[in-house]
Design a protein around this ligand. Structure first.
Ligand SMILES: [Ca+2]
Length: 405
């Protein structure tokens, strides 16, 4: 399924960049057929999407699932295909050996090559980037790790992003291999995982499966469109515009950008004093639950010449950011609930989305809809002398397995 996700990205790119081309090549023979039907021949090939990976290990098989090529035809039309899906496109070599310095694609009698580099060095370490992945899910969901990236480090070479790694679960002394990255199925609990590539294991990372409900902050419904069937959503009661004046009806976000990953693919941002939003959480019975908020500090302490790209973000105490109520009753938030900031040697916009999980404590839920209302009332002032709050990614409600009243 990792294959499918990457292919989708390619197809999306094709759709965005090539509005007038016919997309063929998903079925074998189609391309050949359409070419011969028109009596046109291939005049030349060009890359739509060349292989991203240009450094390979000796013995690696070439992966054409992310390579898209355009064939220009003698009648002025063109065909676009993905190498792995087009059986009339040949790849040479299919397996890399030391000394290979290019890979060649041939289609319709024409060829196009891409320079590559083959190394035969042992992998000394692996880096796993999970910033675009939701690593915590409820027990009714599967984990989708399709967007994780793995980088291999070898002495004397630049880091190499690799695809053919194996996801391994470490369960006591047993290793369980998970083949399908898009649907990793795990039991309830915290699971130790590693990535294996060429006899090298990454450091451990953890996937969390819990019994309860996760409500993504970007799952915002219009208050007047909520129906009795809606479960587990957010309503923005009052949003505050950029000027700081209260303005209802202003789109509350999410202000998600591709370079700013979050669970569920979005978050509630640009929160200002006076803003009010509510998480609605459904419970089939009255029970106790632990409440966790995933959020990131917006306390800009030092930026790059006033341009809001952070060098340093400060810690924020949640009880200085929000007042929170559950079903109308104020919740007391512990002084331990702190969104830790971070710092970087170079200006780093990712510091705005340095997600932390903080506890709002153990609460009593009622049967049916439960409303957690957050009112932003931050007393933090940032380095540009402006009031500031945080970004909110999701609310996790972890049910007590034994109910409880
Ligand atoms: Ca989210």
């Amino acid at each position: 399924m990792k294959f499918v996700v990457k292919l989708n990205a390619v197809v999306a790119l094709l759709a965005a960049g090539l509005t007038c081309c016919m997309f063929v090549g998903c079925g074998s023979g189609e391309t050949q057929q359409s070419t011969s039907e028109q009596g046109a021949t291939v005049t030349d090939l060009e890359f739509i999407l060349p292989a991203k990976q240009t450094v390979y290990f000796a013995g690696d098989k070439f992966d054409g699932s992310r390579v898209a090529i355009q064939a220009n035809l003698s009648d002025g039309t063109r065909e676009v295909f993905i190498v792995a899906r087009e059986e009339n496109c040949t790849v040479e070599p299919q397996y890399f050996s030391m000394g290979d310095n290019h890979v060649t694609f041939t289609y319709g009698g024409k060829s196009i090559s891409q320079n590559i580099h083959v190394i035969d060095a042992p992998v000394s370490s692996l880096d796993v980037d999970l910033s675009a992945v939701t690593t915590s899910v409820t027990s009714t969901d599967k984990l989708d790790l399709s967007d994780m990236t793995v980088t291999a480090n070898c002495e004397n070479y630049d880091p190499i992003e690799v695809d053919e790694f194996t996801l391994v679960e470490i369960n006591n002394r047993e290793e369980i291999i998970h083949e399908d990255l898009s649907q990793v199925s795990l039991g309830t609990g915290l699971h130790e995982m590693k990535v294996l590539f060429k006899d090298c294991y990454s450091d451990s990372f953890y996937l969390d499966v819990f019994y309860g409900v996760a409500v993504e902050a970007e799952n915002v419904l219009d208050a007047d469109k909520v129906t009795a069937d809606d479960r587990n959503y957010v309503v923005v009661d009052t949003n505050v515009g950029e000027s700081g004046s209260t303005a209802t009806g202003v789109s509350p976000g999410p202000i998600m950008k591709p370079s700013e990953p979050a669970f569920g693919g979005g978050y509630l941002g640009d929160l200002k004093n006076g803003a009010v939003f509510s998480f609605h959480v459904w419970s089939d019975e009255a029970r106790t639950a632990d409440i966790l908020l995933r959020a990131s500090s917006g306390y800009l302490l030092r930026d790059d010449k006033g341009n809001w790209v952070p060098y340093e973000m400060g810690n924020m105490m949640l009880n200085r950011l929000f007042s929170v109520s559950l079903n109308g009753t104020p919740l007391s938030i512990s002084a331990d609930a702190v969104l830790e900031g971070g710092s970087s040697d170079t200006p780093d916009p990712m510091l705005w989305v340095n997600w932390k999980m903080v506890s709002l404590g153990n609460v009593q839920l009622q049967e049916g809809d439960n409303v957690f209302t957050f009112t932003v009332n931050s007393d933090y002032i940032n380095c540009n002398n402006a009031s500031c709050a945080c970004n909110v990614d999701r609310l996790e409600v972890r049910f007590n397995e034994h109910g409880g009243v």
